[in-house]
Design a binder for this molecule. Structure first.
Ligand code: ZN
Length: 127
């Protein structure tokens, strides 16, 4: 297993999807709608990563991660609904992947249940 240090929280995790751990990816997923809302509220102004971080009182590294992961770059000025839909699908796919990886290493029944729930949620949302 290839362990790396998460660039956001500094914890060691098995590097399967880049340099950010699953926990932080979850937080970023959480953060994204809020940042987008913030940008929508301030659409008259141009915002960069630093200004978003300051304006929302966030850790700038998380805002940077949003950009690096492709959340923000296209989100700003693009059709928010289409972006949201696309992001959601990608996030679900990633969460599912993460759950599979988690359950493979821990084998907790709880994790299995959660994974199943996400799977059902994922297919249920699809039209
Ligand atoms: Zn992390």
């Amino acid at each position: 297993m290839n362990l790396v240090t998460c660039k956001l929280c500094g914890r060691l995790f098995s590097a399967t999807r880049g340099k950010i751990c699953v926990t932080c990816l979850d937080e970023i997923d959480d953060l994204y709608p809020k940042v987008r809302e913030f940008l929508r509220d301030h659409s008259k102004e141009k915002y960069n990563v630093e200004q978003i971080a300051n304006g929302m009182d966030l850790d700038i590294r998380y805002v940077q991660a949003l950009v690096e992961l492709g959340y923000l770059d296209r989100g700003v000025g693009a059709d928010p609904e289409a972006e949201e839909e696309k992001r959601r699908k990608e996030a679900l796919a990633r969460q599912l992947q993460a759950s599979l990886e988690n359950s493979a290493s821990t084998k907790l029944p709880e994790t299995m249940g959660k994974m199943y729930g996400q799977q059902r949620y994922g297919t249920g949302k699809k039209k």
